[in-house]
Design a protein around this ligand. Structure first.
Ligand SMILES: *Cc1c(COP(=O)(O)O)cnc(C)c1O
Length: 387
């Protein structure tokens, strides 16, 4: 039979990494040892105790039935407790928290819940690609504002024309930021909240890296800004903080009416998150201090290794101790793509070219810290040798 992809699928931006993927696959097929510093997917396992809770709850037939789209009480309460302990934010677990199948699902769900075809959606560049893709899927128009190094990768609200400010429906952004690793302070969140309130724009702050950090900085929540709960939701995830990317569990917190609408959408699409996973996630959140400390100590060692190696190669990087990435400038004479390609061809090392995250990422590349110390050292040594 003849079939065609939907217009929405066909309208996705081209996958820039496709050419690099092809080269990786060819090299691996030839038995070559390619080291990837490309993907942000923790190499460490989830805690054994959390796995234990999953196994126990998976054995309970009660949990084999459809979950509620609005989640288990024990999970919602664990999120509220975490937000209270970690950010000093009071949430009503009944009305201001909902589980998601990861923050990624939340980005897409939010788009389908609130955005109409033809609406404008404000997104940053460079950025996590899912904001743009979800916008396109919902039939809306991405309005891109740049993140610039000279502004510490904080966007400038003045880059949003008053015409667009009046029309835009949603703004997506994230600090600690993927890919740049930049963080922001409460004043920045306040400015965004005031702008959103004034212009009736729904804020979707994605705090997936709230607890991957070391040394002196402690990321905050968008909900720390006074009027933020009027204006939107924050997404958060167990993926990066607890090494649970494969489990598909995250949550949205914030404006109770928006949370209710999100639940209404989910009831009609996915019916919510497996209860056993919610029990396990609740136990992880209750011990977040222990688990995030263990992870962050490991990332800290790796981050220091990368920074030191880049300094040795005279490669400029953005100095931050947040997220699980280092964002660096490509050396003179290269573009993001040509540098990544050269490293792959000559050193068998994969880094993510910055333009993969949008045109303002051109001139940069991203190294992920989700690989063990020996392999990371090997990769850095190889890069040093070919430069
Ligand atoms: C990794 C990542 C996510 C994905 O989180 P899941 O909870 O696994 O869906 C969301 N947002 C950003 C910015 C990320 O880097």
């Amino acid at each position: 039979m003849k079939f065609e992809e939907s217009d929405r699928l066909k309208s996705l931006p081209p996958y820039l990494f496709a050419e690099i993927d092809k080269i990786i696959n060819k090299k691996r097929a030839r038995g070559m040892d390619v080291i990837s510093l490309g993907i942000g997917d923790p190499d460490m396992p989830a805690s054994e105790e959390v796995v234990g809770v999953l196994c126990r709850e998976a054995g309970n037939p009660e949990n084999h039935r459809y979950p509620s789209s609005y989640g288990l009480k024990i999970f919602r309460e664990a999120v509220a407790e975490f937000y209270n302990d970690r950010f000093n934010i009071k949430l009503d677990p009944e009305r201001e928290v909902i589980p998601l199948m990861g923050s990624k699902e939340g980005i897409s769900t939010l788009a389908y819940t609130f955005i109409n075809p033809g609406d404008y959606v404000i997104i940053t560049d460079p950025s996590y690609l899912v904001y743009k893709i979800s916008t396109i899927f919902a039939g809306a128009i991405p309005y891109v504002i740049p993140l610039k190094k000279e502004n510490g990768y904080l966007f400038d609200l003045n880059d949003i024309s008053s015409d667009i400010a009046g029309k835009a429906k949603v703004i997506y952004f994230n600090y600690p930021n993927n890919p740049t690793s930049a963080t922001c302070d409460i004043n920045f969140f306040r400015e965004v909240a005031e702008f959103a309130e004034k212009n009736n724009i729904i804020v979707c702050h994605d705090n997936a890296y709230s607890d991957t950090f070391t040394d002196g900085i402690k990321p905050i929540s968008y909900l720390n800004a006074d009027i933020s709960k009027n204006t939107g939701v924050e997404l958060n995830s167990l993926s990066k903080t607890f090494n649970m990317t494969g489990w598909r569990i995250g949550y949205a917190v914030g404006n109770n009416k928006m949370i209710e609408s999100i639940g209404k959408y989910k009831t009609n699409v996915d019916s919510g998150v497996f209860n056993a996973i919610q029990y396990a996630a609740a136990s992880a959140l209750k011990n977040y201090g222990k688990y995030s400390k263990q992870n962050n100590e490991i990332y800290d060692i790796r981050r220091k290794m990368v920074k030191k190696a880049l300094e040795g190669m005279k490669i400029d990087y953005y100095d931050s101790n947040a997220t699980i990435y280092v964002w660096a400038s490509v050396p003179e004479g290269y573009t993001s793509a040509s540098f990544s390609k050269m490293l792959l061809e000559k050193a068998n090392v994969v880094v993510t070219p910055g333009n993969e995250f949008g045109k303002f990422g051109e001139g940069f590349f991203r190294i992920s810290l989700t690989i063990n110390n020996e392999r990371l050292k090997e990769a850095l040594d190889r890069i040093g040798t070919v430069l």
